[in-house]
Design a protein. Structure first.
Length: 127
C-alpha cells in the first residue's frame, strides 16, 4: 500500500469521525437550548427570504442531512479502505450510529429515543 493511499484512508476515516462528533455534539444539547438556538436562526433565514415553512420541517431535514453526510463519509472511507464501493455496509454503519445516537438521547434532558427520528436518519442515509 502506497503512502498516498494510506493518507487518503486516514483522511476519509477522519471525515467519518468529524461527522460523528458533530452529530454527538448536537445530540448532547439540552432540548430547550437546541430548540432555542436553531429556531432563532431558522426563523431569521426564513423571514429574510420570505419563506413560510415549519421550523419542525427544517429541523428534520437538517437531521436527515447530518446522516446523509455520515453515510457519504462511510462510503468514501470504505471505498478507499477496501478498494470497492460498499453502499449496504455504509448504510448499516450509519444506521448503527443513528441507533446509538437515539439511545444516547435518553440520557439528555428533554430528549427522547424516537423511532420516527431513526426513520428520518435512515432516509437521509439512504439518499
Amino acid at each position: 500500500m502506497t503512502k498516498e493511499r494510506k493518507i487518503k484512508i486516514a483522511l476519509c476515516w477522519c471525515f467519518v469521525a468529524v461527522c460523528m462528533i458533530i452529530i454527538f455534539y448536537y445530540s448532547s444539547q439540552v432540548a430547550s437550548v437546541s430548540s432555542e438556538t436553531s429556531e432563532g436562526w431558522i426563523t431569521r433565514i426564513l423571514k429574510t427570504f420570505g419563506i413560510n415553512l415549519s421550523t419542525h420541517f427544517i429541523r428534520k431535514t437538517a437531521h436527515a442531512l447530518e446522516f446523509f453526510g455520515l453515510c457519504f463519509a462511510f462510503n468514501l472511507a470504505y471505498r478507499f479502505t477496501f478498494g470497492y464501493f460498499c453502499p449496504l455496509i455504509s448504510f448499516l454503519s450509519t444506521m448503527f450510529y443513528a441507533s446509538t445516537d437515539e439511545i444516547h438521547q435518553l440520557f439528555v434532558e428533554g430528549r427522547a429515543c424516537r423511532a420516527y427520528d431513526l426513520f428520518v436518519d435512515g432516509c437521509g442515509a439512504a439518499v
